[in-house]
Design a protein around this ligand. Structure first.
Ligand code: GTP
Ligand code: MG
Length: 203
């Protein structure tokens, strides 16, 4: 899929104020600093569409971007960021949980995981909760430029093995680095396929 246009639409604290639900959307979530906003900029080939930072805790609202005037990308706050107040952490959690449960046009959630790390309980539990609520998701392993190629395959193998303890089948998996954008084409093809399905179901 070619990205012809990408625009910021609105930021919200509450799913109820999000844009009218008529077009498909894909949200990005994961631990703070895992690279959600950076991946959005990679997909849209825009340097500063979503705000990024080397420090965790940058994205704090539900941010809608409209792509090709046809579908939404949604940048969400991260989880697992220890250095913010408990109140704020709870607020982010409630905001994203409600959004995930109530947003009917959410086609699929992209769960981002740092490929450098061993499987983290916080991510595994988060995905388990998605399973419980039947929220469709895929995984994007990020920052693949940070480890040697052979370690990528090994870390992936370990991750899949760990997930198969809980899951009968694995979700779709993408690998990306913002340095070479290796996963971009595959991620956009995935979205294109589901956009078609979304619109054909409306016919
Ligand atoms: P929050 O909004 O705080 O939850 O973080 P986020 O998940 O949106 O992360 P963000 O995109 O702001 O990126 C965090 C840091 O990771 C930034 O310094 C990015 O430049 C860096 N980063 C993101 N993706 C990659 C990648 O693929 N490779 C490398 N080397 N760095 C990356
Ligand atoms: Mg962010």
């Amino acid at each position: 899929m070619k990205i012809k246009s990408s625009e910021f639409v609105v930021s919200n604290r509450d799913y109820k104020s999000c844009p009218k639900k008529t077009i498909p959307e894909y949200a990005f979530i994961g631990r703070s600093n895992v690279g959600k906003s950076s991946l959005i900029n990679s997909l849209t080939k825009r340097k500063d569409l979503a705000k990024t930072s080397s420090k965790p805790g940058k994205t704090q609202l539900i941010n809608h971007f409209i792509i090709n005037k046809d579908w939404f990308i949604v940048d969400l706050p991260g989880y697992g960021y220890a250095s913010i107040s408990k109140t704020k952490r709870e607020e982010f959690k409630k905001m994203t949980q409600e959004y995930l449960l109530k947003r009917e046009t959410l086609v699929s959630l992209f769960v981002l995981i740092d490929i450098k790390l061993t499987p983290q309980v916080i991510d595994l539990e988060f995905m388990r909760s998605l399973g419980k609520e039947k929220i469709p998701f895929v995984i994007v392993f990020t920052k693949s430029d940070k480890i040697p190629k052979k370690n990528i395959q090994e870390n992936l193998r370990i991750y899949k093995e760990k997930m198969l303890i809980d899951w009968e089948t694995l979700p779709e998996i993408f690998i990306n680095s913002i340095k070479d954008n290796e996963g971009r084409t595959k991620i956009l093809s995935y979205i294109e396929k589901y956009n078609k399905e979304f619109y054909s179901n409306l016919d």
